[in-house]
Design a protein around this ligand. Sequence first.
Ligand code: HMG
Ligand code: MG
Length: 300
Amino acid sequence: MDDFVTLVEVGPRDGLQNEQQTLPAATRVELIERLSGCGVPVIEAGSFVSPKWVPQMADTEAVLAGIDMKSETRYPVLVPNLTGFERAANSGAREIAVFTAASETFSQRNTNCSIEESITRIGAVTKAAKNADIKVRGYISCVLGCPYEGDIDPDTVVNVCEQLVRLGCSEISLGDTIGTGTPALANGLVKKVASTIPVEQLAVHFHDTYGQALANILACLDAGVRIVDASVAGLGGCPYASGASGNVASEDVVYMLHGLGLDTGIDLGSLAATGDWISKQLQRRNNSRAGVAYLASKHA
Ligand code: HMG
Ligand code: MG
């Protein structure tokens, strides 16, 4: 069993897109630089979506211009369409993330189009990305439940996954957007998807609404997953999924992984300090249990 787990830090995008206050680009840049200083291998730096839909991400151009991209770190940016792709490419992005859903209603609310239309948009984006030698990660939302439709058929998830891989996505992130999933269902879904797509290409993306995220991640590790999305200080949510809480906290995931003897290349102490710092910038509670406990133990 491979003992290295790649943590994909989504706080600067999934986290900050859902905060009430829009942080200045300089603070977003500092967050990303602090995270890379912790040894985080993949940092989602922002999104090039419509600023009318998500104003918090409006100046992602300035964020990409401000970061000192390290060759060993990946900095994907979220892109919904060709306009977003052009903004990303012009800003020097070397990797993008495209997104769709396993729920029709969520797709409409999140991107104003059906799943099929979103796949067509993604096809145009992946073609342009291939020509520009830009790597593409793919997200599927609502894989374990939808805020509008409830239960989701796993076959739909598999079908959407297959389409994304066919279009050239090198990695697929399975999103439990509203955090309703439970371990046995999460494990079963990953195994089902992994029967057609190599498990090495699968990432898991849990929001922690029902407190199931760490248990779900453990169940997915058991199914062979080695790529985990998380957000420092548990920042985040989804503007188009009311009630969805933040992503599982990166500090909690790293603490669990290291306890299991798995390697991440991340320094937990620096990560906890970064979670504390960004929580103070946002004047919000630090939602990482491990981060808060770690810092308290050092100050005891
Ligand atoms: P639309 O309104 O149907 O699009 O939105 P449109 O093509 O009619 O464009 C409307 C306006 O936006 C136009 O400007 C466009 O030029 C502009 P106007 O003529 O009105 O002045 N526009 C853009 N501007 C900048 N960058 C762009 C862009 N595209 C259009 N890329 C659209 C369709 C897809 C654009 C919109 O629905 C959108 O941006 N949605 C993004 C919503 C979003 O970011 N959601 C959160 C991310 S997904 C997520 O969090 C889930 C995830 O974490 C996994 C999980 O947890 O499940 C990934
Ligand atoms: Mg998310």
